[in-house]
Design a protein around this ligand. Structure first.
Ligand code: SUG
Length: 445
């Protein structure tokens, strides 16, 4: 039986827009109010999925959510028919529209924390949807995320689903973006590294400028829920300086795969401690730490290029492929670092760059767009089959995007009831393409 990492990418939704919603995320604020191109965004994401699937990596698709989120507006006191709800919100509180219209569930790394069956007490794959409660526009994702994950990974023999952690600052949880699994082989018990931005109990270090989204308390709760062994779980504090420089998730500054951890020198508060704890927990498997010093690449260059928001994937020959955003090729320092990395004879043998500009302008690179799920053959066979990207699914999805998506969207468009209808019509059709059943709260008239 084989065990592998599958990547489930969030399909970009029809309302992808630039709302400037994420304080602490430099790209999101820089593009506030710019016109977006949802069609191009979805096609860019699909092109990455297709290229990786063609190279033999297991690739799945997570459907987007209903936006604008009418149920969220109703919870805030708007009433009447759906189009009235939208119009009333646009009239009285227009700043809500980008929030409830954000296609942010595309960043599937934040959908949930996933622990593979080799790591959990009951031998099942565990999922905890992230409450994402640090930002309103993301806090409304988890109920539908939970339904989608349960539709794709049916609860029972192979998969266990938890509800999101309590929606309060103490348990701020951003899912897989702050979670890295290290292991010898995918089927062996691994080390789960949880990186948090601050511990709410006590007076430990915390950023000054930007919020720390993930708390230690949340990470510990997820580890408990998943039944992880304490000797193979590491909790590490993010460097507050990095958060203040725009590292709002740890996956903006570090990525791991198997026994390799690729990271910037400023990623962790106490780097030596974190590396020692990971090495100890890996026991006989040596930790290969690839550290990029500040002198080689500044924190600012790391954030601007998103070098570490890369996917580190194991090829069939055992060597690793680093999937980076195109911005890395355009940054001379990063490009020259990568050339040197390939010549170094280390585990990373190949770099592949993708144009993900539409997502990048909101702070979402290759790693943000995907949820990592380690599966063995039996577990993979239990996954709802329609979500695997294949030679037939890819052209169906691109045709679906071409049919339903606009190629230009501004903030004013989000108040248009026609956009809501277009979006619902598209999603309704998508559930049939992917075979995921009724995951959305709306009903088409
Ligand atoms: O949560 N951007 C997302 C980007 C998430 C990236 N994910 C990972 N690093 N794993 C966020 O900040 C911007 C939306 C806007 O401004 O319109 C946004 O939500």
């Amino acid at each position: 039986m084989s065990t592998f990492e599958a990547n489930f990418d969030g399909l970009v939704g029809p309302t992808h827009n630039y709302g400037g919603l994420s304080r602490g995320n430099v790209a999101s604020l820089a593009h506030d109010g710019a016109a977006s191109n949802p069609k191009q965004a979805a096609l860019q994401g699909l092109a990455k999925m297709k290229a990786l699937a063609e190279r033999g990596f297991r690739q799945g698709v997570l459907p987007p959510q209903e936006r604008p989120d009418i149920a969220a507006l109703r919870r805030l006191g708007f009433s009447g028919a759906d189009s009235d709800v939208l119009r009333a919100a646009a009239r009285s509180t227009p700043q809500l529209l980008p929030q409830v219209g954000s296609a942010s569930c595309m960043w599937a790394a934040n959908a949930a924390t996933v622990s593979p069956s080799a790591d959990t007490r009951d031998g099942r794959v565990h999922f905890t949807p992230a409450n994402l409660n640090s930002k309103f526009h993301r806090s409304i994702e988890h109920p539908t995320t939970a339904r989608i994950l349960q539709a794709i990974f049916p609860a029972g023999r192979h998969f266990a689903h938890h509800t999101a952690l309590p929606d309060c600052a103490l348990f701020g949880d951003e899912g897989g973006a702050n979670h890295t699994r290290l292991c010898a082989e995918y089927d062996a018990a691994g080390v789960e590294l949880f990186v948090y931005g601050r511990a709410m109990s006590g007076n430990g270090p915390a950023p000054h400028r930007f919020p720390a989204r993930q708390t230690r308390e949340a990470s510990e709760a997820v580890a408990r829920l998943h039944g992880l062994a304490s000797g193979r779980t590491v909790f590490a504090l993010q460097n507050p300086t990095a958060i203040d420089a725009g590292v709002f998730h740890n996956d903006v500054i570090a990525v791991g795969n198997r026994n390799v951890l690729f990271f910037h020198a400023q990623a962790f508060h106490d780097k030596a401690d974190v590396l020692a704890a990971c090495a100890r927990a890996l026991c006989d498997t040596p930790l290969v730490a690839i550290e990029v010093p500040e002198a080689t690449l500044s924190l600012q260059d790391a954030v601007a290029s998103y070098l570490f928001n890369s996917q580190l994937l194991s090829r069939a020959d055992g060597k690793m492929l680093l999937v980076v955003p195109e911005e890395c090729r355009r940054n001379a320092k990063v490009a020259s670092y990568l050339d040197g990395l390939l010549l170094s004879g280390g585990p990373i043998a190949e770099v592949l760059a993708f144009d993900l500009k539409q997502s990048m302008q909101n702070g979402g690179g290759p790693a943000c767009l995907r949820l990592r799920v380690v599966l063995n053959d039996l577990e993979a066979a239990a996954v709802t089959p329609g979500v695997w990207l294949s030679e037939t699914l890819y052209p169906r999805l691109t045709a679906w995007v071409e049919r339903h998506y606009r190629d230009r969207l501004t903030e004013a468009d989000l108040a248009d009831p026609q956009l809501l209808l277009e979006s619902r019509t598209a999603l309704d059709e998508l559930t049939r393409i992917l075979g995921v059943g009724a995951v959305y709260p709306f009903q088409l008239a």
